[in-house]
Design a protein around this ligand. Structure first.
Ligand SMILES: *Cc1c(COP(=O)(O)O)cnc(C)c1O
Length: 463
């Protein structure tokens, strides 16, 4: 079990130490399959294609910037998670990573469930026909209106995040003559990111009810007394972009410890355990994510072993991958506007988007890769920083990468692994128009979220 101190906070999962970028790859034309969606390839003519469609044609038809999503890859990844966990477990796709009605339909068809954490996400899920009993509702401050709507809709579960919410949900459900299935989200004192985690006694963050100090046990005591809710399990989510399974091991150990205490105190064996999401993906060639079947095997073994030791029946497991399903399936297509060499430093490449379509680099120092996709090039590699067009010097899309030295305005470049937390976190900063999401499958492209227009902007501004 690895335990290493990490001086940075949870936001710093993807930090690259200052000035330590990798050496340029041997051939800049090669696309690493680890970071690109499965149907992406470079054609004979040097132009990159997705499911057979050249990016040059996509740019012509849909404009740039645009998120290009490989539908077959999305479905394959969703199915791989579903298959890996089998019939005795549930896979909830975390809608906050990226949600649209097309995505909801793909999930419903592939047998996945869905996590939402706002009224807007719930509305999207219901409007696309996801059965309410396959939806879970998260969040640390759900409004009374959101709770009422979820309960009325017959939502599968609400994940309770505070003492107030236990009473609030119970009261609302009871007044509607319902008994709402709930889980309690606990914080287990594990903070995981990337290749390491720290186990602590306390967690200084807003989500969940701490196991420490008997608070979670007290929450369970209260929940079990209320008629409006049925407590079906305990929920734990330990972080994001995690590669190391040992954080889940400690989390499962502690959650099962609580299940055992509940059995001993109340004579009740809760039937479910939710281990959350947070499984990592490859943003650069240096990342080595695990396959869903390895993750499923590891998590199932951990829970089974812990329960056997505690003499508990193994509860039904659920997991909540977001990034691991959608992240690798999309890339952002940009057009290069300016190329500005700064002597002895690096070359700044400005694209027609930026922090409005990908805030993760500015927000978390996230790492990304980038490639020239509208043509091949034999030019020497040059060290670049890909930046956006916004009025912030922190408007960086890719901090350190290599592109061919003959890069010029009008070239198309693409940033892979932008399926998660890019469109869903996109903003209108500088009155940017949020880019479309174009789903490509089997030689056909269709817009699943259209580009914002100036009309959209002005419609909100009532003057
Ligand atoms: C964000 C979140 C997830 C998904 O995280 P990923 O890193 O996208 O897998 C799952 N569960 C909960 C409760 C979350 O808050």
């Amino acid at each position: 079990m690895s335990r290493s101190a990490h001086p940075a906070g949870p936001r710093h999962a993807d930090v690259l130490p200052e000035g330590h970028y990798a050496a340029p790859p041997a051939d800049l034309n090669v696309l690493d399959p680890k970071v690109w969606a499965r149907s992406v390839a470079r054609g004979e003519d040097g132009v990159v294609t997705v499911a057979g469609l050249p990016v040059t044609r996509l740019a012509e038809e849909f404009g740039t910037p645009a998120y290009i999503l490989d539908e077959a890859d999305f479905r394959a990844r969703a199915r791989a998670w579903r298959t890996a966990f089998g019939a005795d477990a549930d896979v909830f796709y975390a809608g906050k990573a990226f949600l649209s009605r097309a995505v909801v339909r793909w999930l419903a068809e592939e047998g996945l469930n869905l996590d939402v954490c706002s009224g807007g996400e719930l509305a999207t899920a219901l409007s696309a026909g996801m059965p309410a009993d396959r939806i879970a509702f998260h969040g640390n401050n759900k409004s009374a209106a959101e709770i009422e709507r979820a309960v009325r809709a017959g939502i599968g579960r609400i994940v309770l995040d505070s003492f107030q919410e236990i009473v609030r949900v119970a009261h609302i459900a009871q007044s509607l003559g319902k008994r709402q299935r709930v889980q309690i989200r606990v914080t287990v004192g594990v903070e995981a990111h990337t290749h390491e985690f720290i186990a602590t006694a306390h967690e200084d963050q807003k989500f969940g009810i701490p196991l420490a100090g008997g608070q979670a046990a007290e929450a369970v005591r209260r929940a079990l007394r209320l008629d409006g809710i049925e407590l079906i399990g305990i929920h734990s989510h330990i972080g994001s972009q995690i590669f190391d399974m040992s954080g889940f091991e400690v989390a499962a150990h502690r959650v099962v410890g609580l299940l055992k205490d509940i059995r001993d105190e109340h004579g009740v064996e809760l039937p479910e355990i939710d281990l959350g999401g947070g499984l990592g993906i490859a943003y650069t060639s240096g990342d080595d994510p695990r396959e869903p079947h390895e993750i499923a095997k590891a998590l199932t073994e951990i829970v089974t072993r812990e329960c056997r030791a505690a003499r508990l029946r193994t509860p039904r497991i659920s997991v909540e991958p977001g990034r691991a399903i959608v992240g690798p399936t999309a890339f952002t297509l940009y057009e290069v506007g300016t190329v500005k060499p700064l002597d002895g430093l690096r070359t700044y490449v400005s694209v027609d988007g930026g922090m409005s379509d990908n805030i993760r680099t500015a927000l978390y120092d996230a790492e990304y890769s980038v490639a020239l996709v509208s043509r091949a090039s034999d030019a020497e590699p040059m060290l670049v920083r890909v930046v956006g067009k916004h009025c912030e010097s922190g408007d960086i899309v890719v901090k350190d990468a290599f592109l061919p030295a003959d890069l010029a305005p009008g070239d198309l470049i693409a940033v892979p692994a932008t399926g998660a937390y890019c469109r869903s976190m996109a903003s209108n900063y500088n009155h940017a128009l949020r880019p479309p999401v174009v789903a490509v499958e089997n030689g056909e492209a269709r817009v699943i979220v259209r580009r914002e227009t100036e009309e959209d902007l002005l419609r909100l501004d009532v003057g």
